[in-house]
Design a protein around this ligand. Structure first.
Ligand code: RFL
Ligand code: PHB
Length: 406
């Protein structure tokens, strides 16, 4: 092919080519590198853009442990906030879920995805990892054979990288899943008729713990990034325009969604960021197609209500890195390669579907669901009353919230 070259001195061949430089792709690259496996990451956006995205805030213990194993947990352990409880509010009633007490000591770490991504970039830089940003028009070839490759454009030139495997870590809208032939792709989707309007502000959080609130006007979440930075969300239409929301309008609506005693303690201030996220549940069960493996949001989406999106990405990467490390280990010993690769989708999907169930359950428990009418609201009240009355029900919530073992 004419006009094909190596970008900025990067190799034209690698062992595992990773599409997407979000948390999934960077973590995979780091874990494989630590095991002596060569990778190149191709990211469509600039690094500054990737690092400006505000997304998840809660890390399961398994995710925090994986980041430590990857050598990217130092700042998290200094600056992250360990939470051993979380609150559910229903109307004016508040119920604390004692995460640690109900799970034998498990906790969650409140530490923003923006920081996780920055720490992973720093870890890759420290090991001279190759992450090529602004890689446009990535296209994947030869997935069903033993020598796949990808092409992309950068600085007006077309480049080609050959590899053993391609890891599709390029999020829900990426090219990887779309490269699987439609008749080989098994996808399952549930779209909710609402979204979340999020805002970030440098004001102290209204409470030391997260509050998931369900009221007559719908859902709200009080979260945080630090003792001086708050992250708040309210339920909105999925096509809501951020530009319709002045800071004052947001704060008033938030107060309206919270129990009066919580609203009374709100400290307001100028927004640093506001954004709308539509809510969706999606699973692509075809997490492997030949030499292509999907991981993270490229393979599945959960509504953010259970705080599972980033954590599922981490467990996928744990399973995928193990499969690839196993494959390269066996290759050195001369065989048995298929078993290691076949295990990946099976192991990942078993955990994915449980997180999908939990995220769907939290979403339907707490949001205004107009299509279910007054009957639906009575069911939500009954569910909340059951949580209040039953330690077993609270334990089930806690066990899922801190994250199922892997
Ligand atoms: P990401 O973070 O989407 O990263 C994918 C990366 O791939 C790049 N990319 C491409 N690169 C090369 N070629 C292409 N053709 C490409 N197409 C895309 C993208 O630029 C990007 O850098 O997926 P990853 O790494 O799997 O990580 C998953 C998490 O980001 C995700 O699960 C969570 O952020 C989901 N999520 C939330 N999860 C929570 O637990 N709590 C939250 O509050 C929360 N809020 C959110 C969210 C996801 C959002 N999205 C996807 C728009 C809010 C939003 C707005
Ligand atoms: C957040 O802090 O952004 C956050 C926390 C918990 C969630 C979703 C988002 O369930």
């Amino acid at each position: 092919m004419g006009g094909i070259s190596a970008p900025g001195g990067a190799r034209t061949r690698t062992q595992v080519l990773i599409i997407g430089g979000g948390p999934s792709g960077l973590l995979l690259s780091q874990l494989l590198d630590l095991a002596g496996i060569d990778t190149v990451v191709l990211e469509r956006r600039s690094r500054a853009h990737v690092l400006s995205r505000i997304r998840a805030g809660v890390l399961e213990q398994g995710t925090a442990d994986l980041l430590r194993r990857a050598g990217a947990g130092g700042r998290m352990d200094k600056e992250g906030l360990v939470h051993d409880g979380v609150e559910i509010a229903f109307g004016e009633e508040r119920l604390r879920i004692d995460l640690a007490g109900l799970t034998g000591g498990s906790t969650v770490m409140v530490y923003g995805q923006t920081e996780v991504t920055a720490d992973l970039y720093a870890a890759r830089d420290a090991r001279a990892g190759v992450v090529i940003d602004q890689a446009e028009d990535v296209a994947l070839f030869g997935l069903e054979g033993e020598a796949p490759h990808a092409t992309f454009r950068r600085d007006g030139l077309t480049h080609r990288i050959d590899c053993d495997f391609i890891a599709g870590c390029d999020g829900f809208h990426g090219v990887s899943r779309r490269s699987i032939p439609a008749d080989r792709l098994a996808g399952f989707e549930l779209v909710y008729p609402f979204g979340w309007l999020g805002m970030l502000a440098d004001v102290p959080p209204v409470s030391d713990e997260l509050i998931y609130a369900s009221g007559p006007r719908g859902f709200a979440l009080c979260s945080m990034r630090s003792p001086t930075r708050s992250r708040y969300y309210i339920q909105c239409a999925s096509d809501e325009e951020v530009s319709n929301w002045s800071d004052d309008r947001f704060w008033e609506a938030l107060a309206d969604h919270l129990p009066a005693d919580v609203a009374a303690g709100l400290e307001t201030g100028p927004a640093i960021e506001k954004s709308v996220a539509p809510l969706r549940s999606y699973v692509c069960e075809t997490m492997r197609h030949g030499r292509l493996f999907l991981a993270g949001d490229a393979a599945h989406i959960v509504p953010p209500t259970g705080a599972k999106g980033l954590n599922l990405a981490a467990s996928d990467i744990h399973y995928l890195s193990q499969a690839l490390i196993d494959w390269y280990g066996r290759e050195g010993r001369g065989g048995g390669e298929e078993a290691a690769l076949v295990a990946y989708p099976q192991r990942a999907l078993a955990r994915v579907w449980k997180a999908e169930r939990f995220s769907w359950w939290m979403t339907t428990l707490l949001h205004d669901l107009p299509e279910r009418g007054a009957f639906g609201r009575r069911l939500q009240q009954a569910e909340f009353d059951y949580l209040k009355a039953s330690r077993a029900a609270r334990a089930a919530l806690a066990e899922n919230y801190v994250g199922l073992a892997y």
